[in-house]
Design a protein. Structure first.
Length: 257
């Protein structure tokens, strides 16, 4: 009976070519697990992920793909408003992210194979991570947000960590069908991960740069902000070094101390 249900779910939500299923909910990731979805949908998502793991080129994703979790990519409004303030918003965001993460919980990242983060940055800072890729999509996979997991879900997955499931089915399995992030970013799910480094935007002239004020000669009115941002940049590097984390620019070149 269980196998019959799995096959029914599989046929309902997937087809032989793994085409996108499509969903009516414009924000399907704004919940976690059983909230907002039926048991059959969740079971189908699990089956899809298992099948992907069976077919994927795991060696390629582990060794040839740079995996970046962009800090503030979807909640960057505060960082944007902080550009002209002395408050060290980015430093605080990096500290908060580093201290709050559980490597057992699956994490969404953007993958880079033949390109560099500098070509399609989604934020002014990101974490380069390494770990086991449990799914790869050539577009936003609308995965669940772990921050929406309730107490029951956290207790249920306390030992193994919170899994993330893709609700948009558009997979890539290896170098042959890998899609670089460009107009739409790809999305990889990574498990049992660790931080290899923090990348920072060092192109202060970039139009969205958090450090834009440093690209100009300070005036008396902007001098306090200029000094604060200059100090914050150095303090981020200092914080990372103190925690054994390397710091890179968007082209993945290590920054000097």
């Amino acid at each position: 009976m269980h196998m019959k249900l799995i096959m029914e779910n599989w046929r309902k939500y997937l087809n032989e070519d793994y085409q996108e299923t499509g969903r009516k909910d414009p924000e399907p990731f704004k919940h976690y697990g059983e909230k907002g979805r039926s048991a059959s949908e969740i079971e189908s998502d699990r089956d899809f992920k298992r099948e992907w793991n069976r077919k994927a080129n795991h060696k390629f994703f582990k060794y040839d793909v740079v995996k970046v979790h962009w800090i503030g990519a979807f909640g960057g409004k505060k960082l944007n408003t902080c550009k002209r303030k002395t408050e060290p918003c980015l430093l605080n965001s990096i500290k908060s992210w580093v201290s709050s993460q559980n490597p057992k919980n699956e994490l969404s990242v953007v993958g880079y194979y033949k390109t560099k983060p500098a070509e399609t940055p989604l934020s002014v800072a990101g974490a380069v991570v390494d770990g086991y890729v449990s799914y790869a999509s050539n577009k936003d996979a609308a995965t669940e947000w772990s921050s929406y997991a309730d107490v029951h879900a956290r207790e249920k997955h306390a030992a193994s960590g919170l899994p993330k499931r893709a609700m948009v089915k558009s997979p890539m399995f290896g170098p042959e069908d890998f899609v670089e992030p460009s107009n739409q970013h790809n999305e990889l799910i990574i498990d049992n991960w660790k931080v290899k480094g923090i990348i920072l935007d060092t192109d202060f002239s970039r139009h969205f740069s958090y450090w834009g004020i440093l690209a100009h000669t300070p005036r008396p009115r902007t001098q306090p902000i200029h000094q604060a941002k200059k100090k914050e940049f150095k303090d981020i590097i200092k914080f990372c070094r103190a925690n054994g984390i390397k710091v890179y620019d968007m082209n993945l070149k290590e920054l000097p101390t």
